[in-house]
Design a protein around this ligand. Structure first.
Ligand code: CTP
Length: 223
């Protein structure tokens, strides 16, 4: 089955040598891509810049900015059955990118920012994606309520939520502890390595996909 995974941070250019980014390592998305590939699925990993090795047996589409990730996903998502949006996409980018390196001066410098395209939020609407859609939510408060809101707003089948205010888990860490939010149930998963967690998440995503396709088409049992 064809599976799309987005991963890593994005970089939003300020000038030719500087950019805005975030602390995402990309580990969770890469582990999920690897776990799907080990199960025999055809995985396309669309990733921002990371220091990680490419998982074995995974097709790779490297991107830098949110706009590039949006374009790559819009071109590829049509042939996917499951799409997992694990990327930490920058929510804002500089409104203007300077042609040359910005020189320093004694004056304060103000950067004007504009929102980036919401890639996950475009899946059901702009891209017309009808497969199984999985989003991630990194929150610092009201984890369950925020994740549920995201699930509904973006038309997801599952939101994997983690509390990034807790030390030692999530961003740039090898372990994570997540809350799974689905339309009809909430399930906390115990703290585990991202490798272990990815295996569990892939099993659950495949279950959700099978439930969804069997309900939509009771005679279809293959995928
Ligand atoms: N995401 C995306 N494109 C963006 C921003 C986010 O595809 N421009 C995806 C992420 O990959 C993740 C999910 O959306 O799966 C959560 O992103 P987040 O920024 O937390 O959600 P928002 O709806 O933008 O809400 P807020 O930032 O206000 O919490």
């Amino acid at each position: 089955m064809n599976v799309l995974v987005t991963a890593g941070p994005t970089r939003e250019a300020i000038d030719p040598v500087r950019y805005l980014t975030n602390r995402s390592s990309g580990k969770m998305g890469y582990e999920i891509a690897a776990a799907f590939a080990r199960e025999g699925h055809a995985v396309l990993l669309v990733s921002g810049p990371t220091a990680l090795d490419l998982p074995e047996g995974v097709d790779f589409l490297p991107v830098e900015s949110a706009a590039e990730m949006h374009d790559a996903v819009s071109r590829q998502i049509g042939r996917m059955r499951i799409a997992v949006f694990a990327a930490a996409v920058a929510d804002y980018r500089p409104l203007r990118v300077a042609d040359g390196k910005i020189k320093k001066s004694k004056q304060p410098l103000t950067l004007e920012l504009e929102p980036t395209p919401d890639i996950l939020g475009s899946a059901r609407t702009e891209f017309g994606f009808r497969g199984t859609l999985v989003g991630f939510a990194a929150e610092t408060s009201d984890l369950e309520a925020q994740a549920r809101d995201k699930l509904v707003r973006k038309g997801c089948d599952l939101v994997v939520a983690n509390d990034v205010s807790q030390p030692g888990i999530g961003f740039d860490s090898d372990v994570n502890e997540v809350l799974l939010v689905r339309p009809d149930r909430i399930e906390p998963l115990p703290r585990a390595s991202k490798h272990e967690l990815a295996r569990t998440l892939v099993r659950i995503m495949l279950e959700i996909h099978h439930e969804k396709t069997n309900v939509a088409n009771p005679s279809c049992t293959s995928d």
